[in-house]
Ligand binder design. Structure first.
Ligand code: SF4
Length: 321
């Protein structure tokens, strides 16, 4: 994990992001991302998993500079991009959102949606050429030329997500944040989109940050997995190791909850703790839910430590290793 590692495509260092709100007249601060350092290697899929509200989508947006960090740095392909104008880098890094229907303008034709970024970045010499390029992108995601002049609303959820992927790929990015890309889809479409993302990665040499609350989904596509809990990465390592030999009690709880027979039923004792009321300021955020807590957990924030080659865990149970 050296800063000189040329295998790293994008890196966030000590990223922090807080959101302020008022609840019952009282000011409340939520540390969405609380000092996270993360690296994504060229050509890999890094799965980012955790419950809703743990900060994983915010972290993805920070890496893309779609949201500005309160502090910390972002390095892309060896260049510090924390404060640069992102226009040129936008081509390199794109995002696919959870809800394709919400992310596609219902009034635009599909061909224009896919070609919009090309026009913005002045790629292609004419509208006809950009439409041709858009058509090729649509073919790449399994949609024929007859789709070009239809509106997104006339497609299924799975097809809409294909359109969103074609739009993201139109600018030939190298880094793609996939933010819960199959969560809103029927089960029958989920496998198709996962297979498509996997095929595109192999064909185009893409690098993915794949965000999901569902460890089952993440483990299918990921080379490595980072587990987030209340704004911090608590475990990170090779996907097989994290899933078959989880070290952090939270990862163990997530795995114990997989599969959940009824998606509407949350696993016992896994409700998100109230960050301001329950979590010790200087201790481990998982303390209120942890069956293994010891004295140090209330007063010392555990830091990521290497527990096996390339496998890191932030838990006092591993302090002496
Ligand atoms: Fe549990 Fe302590 Fe480890 Fe936190 S540091 S997960 S409270 S044992």
């Amino acid at each position: 994990m050296s800063s000189e590692n040329t295998a790293v495509l994008i890196k966030g260092e000590n990223l922090r992001k807080e959101f302020q709100s008022r609840v019952g007249g009282k000011r409340q601060v939520t540390r969405a991302v609380d000092g996270v350092s993360i690296e994504v290697y060229r050509g890999e899929t890094l799965g980012l998993v955790g419950e809703s509200g743990c900060g994983k989508s915010t972290l993805g947006r920070l890496l893309l500079r779609l949201s500005e960090p309160d502090s910390g740095t972002i390095t892309y392909d060896g260049t510090d991009i924390t404060n640069v104008n992102m226009h040129d880098y936008r081509k390199e890094m794109q995002i696919v959102f959870q809800d394709p229907a919400g992310s596609l303008d219902p009034k635009m034709k599909v061909g224009d949606i896919v070609a919009e970024g090309l026009e913005l970045h002045k790629i292609g010499s004419s509208r006809a050429q950009r439409r041709q390029m858009a058509q090729e992108q649509l073919l790449q995601v399994g949609l024929g030329p007859e789709c070009m002049d239809r509106h997104p609303g006339s497609f299924s959820g799975g097809q809409q997500q294909r359109i969103a992927i074609a739009r993201a790929l139109a600018l030939s990015p190298r880094f793609l944040v996939c933010d819960e890309p199959v969560s809103s889809l029927d089960v029958s479409y989920q496998a198709q989109i996962m297979n498509l993302l996997s095929d595109l990665q192999k064909k185009l040499g893409l690098t993915y940050l794949f965000i999901s609350h569902d460890l089952n989904v993440v483990r299918r596509l990921s080379d490595r997995i980072a587990v987030m809990y209340l704004g911090r990465v608590v475990e990170q390592g090779p996907a097989d190791q994290v899933c078959t030999s989880p070290r952090h009690p939270y990862t163990q709880a997530l795995l114990a909850a997989v599969p959940v027979p009824d998606p509407d039923v949350k696993p016992a004792d896994m409700e998100l703790a109230d960050i301001s009321a329950s979590v010790p300021e200087n201790g481990c955020a998982f303390l209120p839910r942890c069956p293994y807590a010891k004295d140090a957990c209330a007063s010392v924030k555990p830091q990521l430590k290497e527990v096996a080659e390339g496998h890191f865990c932030a838990c006092h149970l591993f302090a002496e290793q």
